[in-house]
Each structure stands twice: as C-alpha cells, then as structure tokens.
Design a protein around this ligand. Structure first.
Ligand code: OAD
Ligand code: ZN
Length: 266
C-alpha cells in the first residue's frame, strides 16, 4: 500500500470528499482488454504500421480522415463497443456515484464502458465523444451506432443516405471542438474537494488542463502506471501519486475505504 492511497482513503473516510471529480483515460480500460494509445508496444499508436500513416495520431485527425477514412474505420472496428466489459476501475467510480460523492467524471475514453458500468449521463462528460451517435461530415444528418455498425464490420465506409458523404462517429478528432458539455468543467472543477486522475498520460490538451483547474487547496491524486503531466511538471504540495496497476490500486483503495464488502462486479 502506498502512502498516497492511504491518504486518499483517510480523506474519504473522514467525509472530506463529497464533491469528487474523476479524470480518466485509456489506462482504466486496458484491464478490460482494450489497448491504450501511448504505451510502448501495446499502445494503439505503436500498432498502426499497416496503414502507412504520416504520423500515428493522423488516424484521429479530421483533415486526414476526410482524405482517407480507411485507417480510422479499421481501428473503429477493433474498438467498437459491444466486445468489452467494464472493470473494477469503472465500478469504483460507480460506487462513488452511489455514495453521493461523485460530482462528475470526465473521461477521454470512447469505449462507452462508463455508461455500461452504470455511471449516469448527468454525472458523465465524454470529453472526446463516443461511438453512440454519428453524423454525416457534409450535411450533418444524424445516425445511430447501429445504423453504421454493419458497414464498419464489413469493411465498408458508411455513407450518408442523403448526400453520399462519409458518416463519422461522434468522436472528437484532433482539429475538432469538444462537446458543449465539456464546458461544465468551468463550474465543476473549482467546486471539487478531491480530484482523482486515473489511467491517462495527460498529454492531450485541453483535457490535460482540467487537472490544473481545481483549487490549490484540494488534494489531487494520480493513479497511473507512471507519473504524468502536471503531476510531473507542475506538482503541488498536496499532490498524491500512486504509480502502479489501476486494478490493484482500486482494490487496495476499496479495502482501505472499508468498502470491500460492496461488490465491484459489473
Ligand atoms: P494514453 O495512452 O496516452 O495514456 C494512458 C496511460 O495509462 C499511460 O500513462 C499508461 O501508462 C497508463 N496505463 C495503461 N494501463 C494501465 C493500467 N493497467 N494501470 C495503470 N495505468 C495504466 O491514453 P489517454 O491519456 O487516454 O484521443 O490519451 C488521451 C487521448 O489521446 C485519447 O482520448 C485519444 C488519444 O489520441 C482521441 O481519441 C481523440
Ligand atoms: Zn449527408
């Protein structure tokens, strides 16, 4: 057990954390079998050679997508919701929600596992969008995930029935605006009394800036394989860092909080 987990559990047990904000990234979904983006070898960006991309992140670049949507749809086929289940990291956040301690969860993930774990829509900000809806890139005609699923799984580019342009899942690409709901951070983060950051390299702006938007008085904890972002480059005196596997950390934290009897199964 690290000091960081013990300290956070103490804060929670003392009832000092009633407005927790969680910031999450792909590292919370690797225990469900999904790849993250930037881990060497296993991360998605190290496994795109066959698409001859100019650079790995081009797979999520809107200008590149319009010219060549094939790599994105091949990746989408791999990541498409339906094949993965939430894990104890998601269940822990649901537990915070059930205990009325969760002010909001901001996730960069597009896998929909937060919703599957039961995190309510009003508690959740999917900052980088999701596969749940889609729209034509030209006329903006809306489609559901089911409308385009058969095309994606048959290696066809989904095309708009109205104008024949490409239908793109509502995932936020580089070069696109974040959803309007993301702006809720302006009100949420100054209000937070504990910030839990988990499974993210904090490398993508503006999401990464959320970690700096909380009051300097409140504790921020990072649970991640390795220290990242603001915790590394602009640390604050009451920061807490737990370097290790997310599932192991969550199991320890659950036990330290005295919540072990509460099942984390989804
Ligand atoms: P990254 O792949 O950049 O970072 C994931 C972090 O999780 C890394 O620091 C890993 O070390 C850590 N990690 C992985 N598995 C873990 C485990 N089992 N336990 C603990 N830590 C673990 O993913 P994100 O930060 O989510 O954008 O990336 C942010 C954005 O970049 C994504 O939303 C995506 C990407 O481009 C879009 O899709 C638009
Ligand atoms: Zn159209």
């Amino acid at each position: 057990m690290t000091r960081a987990l013990i300290k956070v559990a103490d804060i929670i047990k003392q009832g000092l954390a009633k407005k927790i904000v969680v910031l999450a990234g792909a590292g919370i979904s690797t225990p469900s079998g999904l790849p993250d983006f930037r881990s060497p070898n296993s991360g998605l960006y190290d496994n795109l050679e066959q698409y001859s991309l100019p650079y790995a992140e081009a797979v999520f670049d809107i200008e590149y997508f319009v010219r060549n949507p094939v790599p994105f749809f091949q990746v989408a086929k791999k990541l498409y919701p339906g094949n993965y289940a939430p894990n104890s990291a998601h269940s822990f956040i649901k537990l915070l929600q059930d205990k009325n301690m969760l002010l909001r969860m901001y996730t960069q993930n597009i896998d929909g596992l937060e919703r599957l774990a039961g995190i309510k829509e009003d508690k959740l900000i999917e900052a980088h969008g999701s596969f749940s809806t889609a729209a034509c890139i030209a006329c903006d005609k809306k489609y559901t995930a089911d409308d385009i699923k058969a095309d994606i799984f048959s290696d066809r580019i989904p095309k708009c029935t109205k104008c024949q342009n490409i239908i793109k899942p509502k995932i936020v690409f580089f070069g696109e605006m974040l959803p309007k709901r993301f702006m809720m951070h302006l009100q949420d983060l100054p209000m937070a009394d504990l910030l839990i950051v988990m499974g993210t390299s904090l490398e993508v702006y503006p999401f990464s800036s959320l970690a700096d938007a909380v009051s300097a008085r409140i504790p921020r904890i990072l649970i991640n394989k390795k220290i990242a972002g603001t915790f590394k480059y602009s640390p604050r005196p009451n920061d807490l860092v737990h370097e290790g596997d997310i599932v192991e950390a969550i199991e320890q934290l659950t036990e330290l909080c005295g919540w072990k009897e509460t099942s984390l199964d989804c």
